[in-house]
Design a binder for this molecule. Sequence first.
Ligand SMILES: [Zn+2]
Ligand SMILES: [Zn+2]
Length: 720
Amino acid sequence: MAVSTGAHDYAPGVVEERQQASWGASGAFDTPPPDERAPAYIFTAPPFPTGALHMGHVRSYVLADAYARYRRATGSAVLFSIGFDSFGLPAELAAMRRGEEPQEWVDNCCDTMRRQLKRLGLSFDWSREYVTSDEEMYRWSQWLFLTLVERGLVYQATGWIDWCENCQTSLASMQVEDGGCWRCHGPIRVVHRKQWYLRVTRYAEENGTSASAAAAPEQPEWQAAQKAVLGKLDGFEVTARAADGRELPAFVSTSRAVEEVRCVLMSPRHPDIDDWVTGEESREQLDGLRKGGWDRIERGADHVPLLWAGVDLALPGIDRPLPLVVSPTVDSRYGETAVLCVADGNRTDTRIVERLPVMERPTVDTVALRAAMRPATRYRVRDFVLSRQRDWGAPIPTVACPACGDVPVPERDLPVTHADRGAAATCPACGGPATHERDTLDCHFDGLWWWLANCVPADARGTQMFDHPELRRWLPGDCLIWGVDGSGYVFDQRAIVKALRDSGEMSWLEAGEPFERALLHEMVRFDGRKMSKHLGNVVEPEEIVKTWGADALRLAVATAAAPRSSFTWSGDGLKRSHAVLVRLWRFAQRIGPEREADPGEDRGDPHRRRLARWCEAAGKRIGEDMESFALHRASHNAVELLERMETFERRVREARGDLDGHDRAALRRAFLLLLELSAPFIPHICDELWAQLGEAGTATGRPWPLPPGSERAPATPAAL
Ligand SMILES: [Zn+2]
Ligand SMILES: [Zn+2]
């Protein structure tokens, strides 16, 4: 229970420390044991241990925290916690730069970031936190790997992969940004290697469909983001035939201008590429590419490699066969497939046709060609390359046996630790001598399942995870709140849930969706650019909190923009927020802790009647705002109510010289309502002033106020 300071000046540092200690002591945010209340699991993405929190984190966590606090107030049993996504290349390289072991760097980062998160007053249940590089966590990444290998959803294949020479590792396609490495921005080569892949594509179609079906209609950007990852293209397919009768289905996105078709383009990652590239010279060229790779930078239509397969293909309605050409320009546009290259189709195709040797213009019977085209679909989404040639990740649980090849380690032998990598082992298949795999899993793989780790109590994780009974209580979760850059992760998580549903592990998740709702919020900008260390335009949240307090930062982030819009960080917004908090503080001092005998509600006076109407409207609106994640509107409406109360005070003084007992009682009721409505986003000051006014309990612990006369039914009447 917080105590009143009686102080007249607003000192956020003192207030916030006291309230945080009070929440901790009372267990205000502990995960509640099962009761009659509806469970609500609110998930927010774990940060990478980068050293310090940035503004993007603050935006995510302030949005999620306000929503979690609101859910508690409306009577849900809330599970809300956090974790650290601590494996991965950035952590490994940061540690190397400092001459530290990755474990040491991660431990230090987590300590710092934990302290910064706590200082923001986020209502996490810290007993449910996880660190993905802990053995009790990564053993489940290994378990999932083995399970998915068994189901054919993780497979080994030799294929073309993106390779960063600087980082000395393979990259997944989503880790290639603007043709460069997502981490070092260096050039990328495409090389041919044996790797483990995640078969995302098996659930691509269902993921695309269920994004529309499962998402509420007010979430168009969620659907759009998921469809963008899927990259679904509806078009046509036509069968091309070689002289020896072999068939190659070729895709075209539109039937428009097909008479301008000049060749068939094939992705070098096409699963049947080796069957088609048979000419001796082209075979040599392809092998050359496989040894040396080619530069990503050369993928522009002017310089991208074009490779003659050495075979011509007949198409219906065309009087002569057209050449088959291998080119990586296909992948990013259509996926790992073959397509008709139409000179009039788009700029890339037109440029490629210009680079072809001059040939006689074919005569095309468009009626016959169109008649042979059947509706078809292609997806740009690609299977994810999982293996990394790095140290800091979950060791891939396989052994290399000279007789059997790569053999999965039995589940009972998990975890395979970092010390095991490359060590001698016994082949589980033949019992002969073998060697533990050296490669590790990309941290993306941990992300396929860490979203459920909060649901399992920390002390159970050593032995139970995917079959823990609490999963059935919390899943599907109420809501996922994440930056829009997490879309790719979310897509794969949704695919994994479908896989575990179909294999029986999560059969109770019938819709195959991990969450009922999602908020993918936009970024924080500065100087018109994304705020990032790389650009050197970083504002340190920790410094802001030291000077202005957590509530001022929370309010500034809340009011700055709609969650689905990006906003440009400005110091002015912060100062305005601080000024609002000071006004709130001073208002409480005027009301004072002495509680007069409340003469009861009397709406006879027009000023008081108006104040009561404003309160009703604010209560109704802020409730609706919180339901729809519109924290910017909720905080604006709260500030507006404060202004209305100031107006009421002024007008009554103008009319009557001073406030009477009824006026003071009405104002006190309005102020307490304002504290209840604002507690989700500025919790410290609301709880402090609640105590200063001599009220029992906390504003945080109060049930959500239902505006008198409101039609809106409470979420769970029993709890209210
Ligand atoms: Zn790199
Ligand atoms: Zn063997």
